[in-house]
Write a protein that binds this ligand. Structure first.
Ligand code: HEC
Length: 125
């Protein structure tokens, strides 16, 4: 009698251990993999930055009001007039975007794109 109870409890323990182990391993299979961002050139000037200028800045920053943010002129203007410097956090372009004295406001995503683009070396890409 005692032996039988012992065997049943051993089987129960074994079932419990198996369930726990498979439970843990299935958990590991489903662990969250964060999206990977290419650290090099993940933000492109033509595809990501210039469209921001086109949609929000051009109404004021054309040929007359510095900086000239027109497509085809903006990159040369920003990089030769000291608006884009490293680290991006202190570059005049980014500082202007996060300041409160300048309208209209860019979204957080747009600010981030411009900051990342500067910190990636402000390539004409
Ligand atoms: C409603 C008009 C208007 C819009 C839209 C606008 N700006 Fe400006 N911006 C100005 C004016 C006016 C100044 C000069 C006064 C000042 O520095 O705030 C200026 C100044 C700046 C300066 C500093 C220039 C310097 O030589 O010190 C930068 C950089 C700049 N803007 C970038 C941008 C960017 C990038 C956008 C779009 C996200 C933008 N601006 C949208 C009106 C505008």
């Amino acid at each position: 009698m005692n032996k039988k109870v012992n065997m049943i409890s051993q089987i129960l323990v074994a079932v419990f251990v198996i369930a726990t182990v498979t439970g843990i391993s299935s958990c590991e299979k489903n662990t969250y993999t964060p999206p990977t961002i290419n650290p090099v050139d993940s933000v492109h000037f033509e595809a990501d930055v210039q469209p921001i200028f086109n949609s929000i800045c051009l109404s004021c920053h054309g040929a007359v009001k510095a900086p000239d943010l027109r497509d085809g002129y903006s990159y040369a203007y920003l990089t030769t007039h000291g608006y884009v410097t490293l680290p991006g956090e202190t570059s005049p372009l980014y500082v202007k975007l996060i300041g409160t004295d300048h309208s209209p406001r860019t979204s957080d995503i747009q600010k981030q794109k411009i900051l990342i683009w500067i910190n990636q070396g402000a390539h004409n890409n």
